[in-house]
Design a protein around this ligand. Structure first.
Ligand code: PRP
Ligand code: URA
Length: 219
């Protein structure tokens, strides 16, 4: 179940996504419950974001007879690109549903005064053909969009066409959607909610607070 609020954005409005989102938003949710809920919810969003992965025909022998099946295309490498640190929680579940994927950790944090992204780590798989890879950039929060734009810049420089990049988040702000789609036309965004706006500290309203701190218990 999904709706489109912007041509580039798919909002997963499945009742279980919305139920789990209410748990993440609740300031009284414990770190343990926050992590497990992030796992559950993230899986729904990833399922939506991976729905058009290319497949190829394969014949499999069942115990009864031959069956015509669809398998993931072996010619399309899959890359999971979590933005550290909060994106790590989404990469754990992404590896679970995409076991053949490579993982590209992108270390970015948002400067607390300028709100601009600062890159501090980049661990790039070298064996991938980026020109044909399908890339899933993972970050629970799309706020100003600065971190997302910087991550997609890095991935595009490796030779990936933007039409093969999907950005998966738990919550997005209208400002972040606008920034990301203006800087990277053709990007596709998947999220559980498009919230109202950013506050003067560039936090998403109503949002869920600081996703990294709540995931790793560093409040
Ligand atoms: C948070 C979040 C995004 C970024 C979003 O990370 O996980 O990466 O902010 O904000 P933006 O859209 O305005 O760039 P943060 O910089 O707090 O780092 P952390 O994940 O290490 O806590
Ligand atoms: N990063 C977060 O973790 N939360 C926000 O609301 C904005 C940026």
């Amino acid at each position: 179940m999904s709706t489109t609020v912007h041509p580039a954005v798919t909002v997963c409005n499945h009742p279980l996504v919305q139920h789990n989102l209410s748990i993440l938003r609740d300031k009284n949710t414990s770190t343990e419950q926050f992590r497990s809920t992030m796992h559950r919810l993230g899986k729904f969003i990833l399922m939506e974001a991976t729905a058009d992965l290319p497949t190829t025909r394969s014949i499999v022998e069942t115990p009864i007879t031959k069956a015509e099946c669809q398998v993931l295309s072996p010619d399309v490498p899959i890359l999971i690109a979590p933005i550290l640190r909060a994106g790590l929680i989404l990469s754990e579940l992404a590896i679970d549903i995409l076991p053949t994927a490579s993982v590209y950790h992108i270390g970015l944090y948002r400067d607390e005064e300028t709100f601009k992204p600062v890159t501090y780590y980049n661990k790039l798989p070298s064996t991938i053909d980026y020109s044909v890879a399908r890339v899933f950039v993972l970050d629970p929060m799309l706020a100003t969009g600065g971190s997302a734009v910087a991550a997609v810049d890095i991935i595009k420089k490796l030779g990936t066409n933007v039409s093969n990049i999907r950005f998966a988040s738990i919550i997005a702000a209208p400002e972040g959607i606008q920034h990301l789609t203006e800087q990277h036309p053709g990007i596709r965004i998947y999220t559980g909610s498009v919230d109202e706006r950013l506050n003067d500290k560039a936090y998403i309203v109503p949002g869920l607070g600081d996703a990294g701190d709540r995931t790793f218990g560093t409040m």
